[in-house]
Design a protein around this ligand. Structure first.
Ligand code: ZN
Length: 298
């Protein structure tokens, strides 16, 4: 399940008191204050929490932070993420004020709140797709390829089959494909090898049908933005995807990790579908094991 980042419900956000506004500005002006806006916003929101927004900042105690965390957990759409960054931001702010305004902020002022962190795992930027989602995506890709729009299928299969980063995809230009050697030839003349026959058949189909592609440098970063947006809308239309964000290359990379298994003999990573594998026994053994169909364990 996607992790929700804790948010303060709007009705619990009041005004900054003039006293706290002064301390917030002092913190913001410090050269030690983080430059990231989201850090500052977190401190500001913490100070605007209606349960304590009228209380002078230098009188805050650890319980105020604990109450704030409890509110985020109970009312802030909390699903395991977003509280630690608040604690980190408040802790850094307290440290700055203790150092720079020791007459107002005691050495103990919120000095130990880091231990309140929940050790949340950071939200992954993508996760493996389900088998249903993959089959719908392939259906979408085929429909588009039939109308000579191959980019989606290419982007999907290259990342899914090879587990590439989106940036690496730029190196795998269809125009650089060498049919005889069955590899890509880099700008420097070096071969870029890979071992997946799905890619060969895809490229041959691609190059034979879309003539203009054979001498064109494709900007996969803008093509993939368009593709991921459309394919996400398609999956939503089929009711098999409900997350707020679009699918991205990380989803395909994670899917590669989830659905590709190395063959124990030739080590080649192969998709875990029936047509790719055989159960066979090797000499001197009665045990049947899975091997890829290419090497069959030999
Ligand atoms: Zn094998």
């Amino acid at each position: 399940m996607a992790k929700g980042k804790a948010k303060i419900p709007l009705h619990l956000l009041g005004e900054l008191s003039s006293e706290n506004s002064k301390w917030f500005r002092a913190y913001e002006k410090s050269p030690k204050a983080p430059t990231t806006k989201s850090y500052r916003t977190k401190v500001e929101r913490f100070l605007r929490y209606t349960k304590h927004n009228q209380k002078p900042f230098y009188t805050f105690i650890q319980d105020d932070v604990i109450n704030f965390i409890e509110m985020l957990e109970k009312e802030g759409e909390y699903r395991g993420g977003g509280i630690d960054p608040y604690i980190g931001a408040i802790s850094k702010c307290a440290e700055i004020l203790r150092d720079e305004y020791p007459k107002k902020f005691s050495p103990f002022f919120l000095a130990d709140i880091s231990k309140l962190k929940k050790n949340e795992k950071s939200t992954p930027s993508g996760q493996a797709l389900t088998s249903t989602q993959i089959s719908y995506i392939r259906k979408y890709n085929t429909e588009h390829a039939e109308q000579d729009d191959f980019y989606g299928e290419y982007i999907f299969e290259m990342i899914f089959q090879l587990g590439l980063q989106l940036e690496e995809l730029q190196l795998y230009q269809p125009k650089d494909y060498d049919r005889e050697k069955q590899c890509f030839i880099s700008a420097g003349g070096e071969p870029i090898p890979y071992q997946i026959s799905v890619i060969d058949s895809l490229l041959i189909r691609f190059l034979d049908s879309a003539k203009d592609i054979s001498n064109k440098h494709v900007d996969f970063s803008s093509e993939s933005r368009k593709y991921f947006k459309e394919v996400t809308a398609y999956l939503k239309g089929k009711d098999v995807y409900s997350e707020g964000r679009n699918i991205n290359s990380e989803y395909l990379k994670q899917s590669h990790t989830a659905y590709f298994i190395p063959c124990p003999n030739c080590k080649k990573e192969t998709e875990n579908i029936e047509e790719n594998w055989v159960l066979t026994k090797v000499e001197s053994s009665d045990v049947y094991r899975l091997y890829c169909k290419t090497c069959k364990g030999k």
